[in-house]
Design a protein around this ligand. Structure first.
Ligand code: IMP
Length: 430
């Protein structure tokens, strides 16, 4: 029996929320370990849609413990609002099923303000961030001026920390012609939320260790995706955290051996929101059709996602560099009905065939996908719950993907509904 980490193997939006929800029926504890409310995880349960950003997906299941680990950047206002929203949908959220790491870094109003101002200043070269202040909060953490959940318990200390932070940021805001922030405004807002936030806070690493010692099953829930990783992604068009499974150890406070099986959530095609290289992007009717059929709009920002064919070079690289053991293939049904389907099997870089994504932004912009064309299928795979219900050509597509990416498909998802899932290999028992 092992723990499981669920990771996006492309540029996020692979359908992690549903898969975490499916697996959380078996897990006792669900742990977020990086990112913040830039994430958007959609769960559909008995016809009710839940859109989660900061709360671990296990929250919607009664009896599961949800942990927001120290590697997450937490906007306290957004967290309290999200708790209220899901409570309004009938979900029980209390100190009994939600624990916020006392050493998690906070996102304060100065962070989104700067995020947005900096994106504006970048003009055409913008990253396309979610505008939530994620990168700025991580910058502060690394620069050792971050404010953490535990600081809310010490009001004088908190004020000093805010002063220290604003000494830095107000220079930037002034330089960009934006309004400077006042210490008292941030302090008063934080103190107004402190009791509520602190009621959820505690020693998260200890709770995880206790659960592990008691033989409980732990699910580590990644956000974003492999190619948004600050080291392994399409830098600088990335998020500001490590999104790979190894980050679960540092971002939750567990030893790396505890992570267990790494499940890479992978869409049967490719999408991306925001700017940056995307070798298999389609700028034609097929791209539009995939977007329409797949409802490809961001959960967090509502932005239209860019769409393209499956890129086996990218996913294989995510498997190798991220330690992914098997994948969950999602949204297969979106490919139903196409006469033919293309799969990228290599890139052409200035006339040379390469089988990896080069690190340079210039090379990434210049590579051309080399495709294999395979027959499509007319029957639907939507809602299939067994292999027998999948069109033969779709089964062939899945098998071919397995060969190309050098990893097994452990799970196949055929609709947003948690029951429309075919399990080939149970990650907790692999
Ligand atoms: P940030 O994380 O808001 O700084 O945005 C950096 C990049 O990551 C942008 O291209 C965003 O669109 C992308 N991004 C951040 N969170 C997600 C997500 O949950 N899904 C997909 N893309 C994301």
């Amino acid at each position: 029996m092992s723990n499981v980490a669920v990771i996006g193997s492309q540029w996020g939006d692979e359908g992690k929320g549903k898969i975490v929800d499916v697996l959380s029926s078996e897990a006792d504890m669900v742990v977020r370990f990086q990112g913040g409310h830039n994430a958007g995880h959609t769960l559909v349960i008995d016809g009710v849609t839940y859109k989660l950003h900061l709360l671990p997906s296990g929250i919607v299941r009664p009896g599961k413990m949800s942990i927001i680990g120290n590697g997450v950047v937490v906007d306290p206002k957004a967290l309290l609002e999200e708790i209220e929203t899901v409570k309004g949908q009938g979900v029980d959220v209390s100190e009994d099923n939600l624990l916020l790491a006392e050493n998690a870094t906070l996102i304060l109003p100065v962070h989104p303000a700067l995020d947005i101002a900096m994106e504006e200043a970048r003009g055409a070269k913008k990253i396309g961030t979610t505008g939530r202040g994620i990168g700025l909060a991580y910058e502060d953490k690394v620069a050792r001026r971050g404010i953490r959940v535990c600081d809310l318990a010490h009001s004088d200390h908190l004020k000093e920390r805010i002063e220290n932070m604003l000494d830095h940021h107000n220079v930037l805001l002034k330089g960009m012609g934006a309004e400077e922030m006042k210490v008292t405004d941030i302090y008063d807002e934080l103190m107004g939320m402190a009791d509520q936030i602190l009621s959820y806070s505690g020693v998260a690493w200890k709770a995880i260790d206790d659960a592990d010692k008691a033989g409980k099953k732990i699910l580590f829930e990644g956000a974003q995706g492999h190619f948004l990783d600050v080291d392994h992604g399409t830098y600088p068009f990335v998020t500001s955290s490590n999104t790979v499974a190894a980050q679960a150890a540092a971002g939750a406070g567990v030893g790396s051996k505890k992570i267990g099986y790494v499940l890479g959530i992978t869409k049967a095609y490719t999408t991306r929101v925001g700017s940056g290289p995307f070798p298999t992007e389609l700028h034609d009717d097929i791209g539009e059709e995939i977007g329409k059929k797949g409802h490809e709009f961001g959960t967090s920002t509502g932005r239209k996602r860019r769409c393209g064919w499956f890129d086996s070079v990218l996913v294989r690289q995510a498997i190798k560099t991220g330690g992914i053991d098997g994948i969950a293939l999602t949204k297969m049904d979106v490919l139903d009905g196409f006469d033919e389907i293309k799969v990228c099997v290599a890139y052409d870089l200035n006339g040379e065939r390469i089988d990896y994504l080069p690190a340079s932004t210039v090379d990434q912009a210049n590579i051309k996908p080399i495709y294999e064309t395979i027959p499509g299928w007319k029957d639907t795979s939507q809602g299939a719950r067994s292999w027998a219900d999948i069109p033969a050509a779709a089964v062939k597509y899945v098998r071919h993907i397995e060969e190309l990416i050098e990893a097994p498909v452990a799970l196949l998802s055929t609709s947003p509904d948690r029951d429309d899932t075919i399990l080939m290999q149970d990650p907790f028992r692999a």
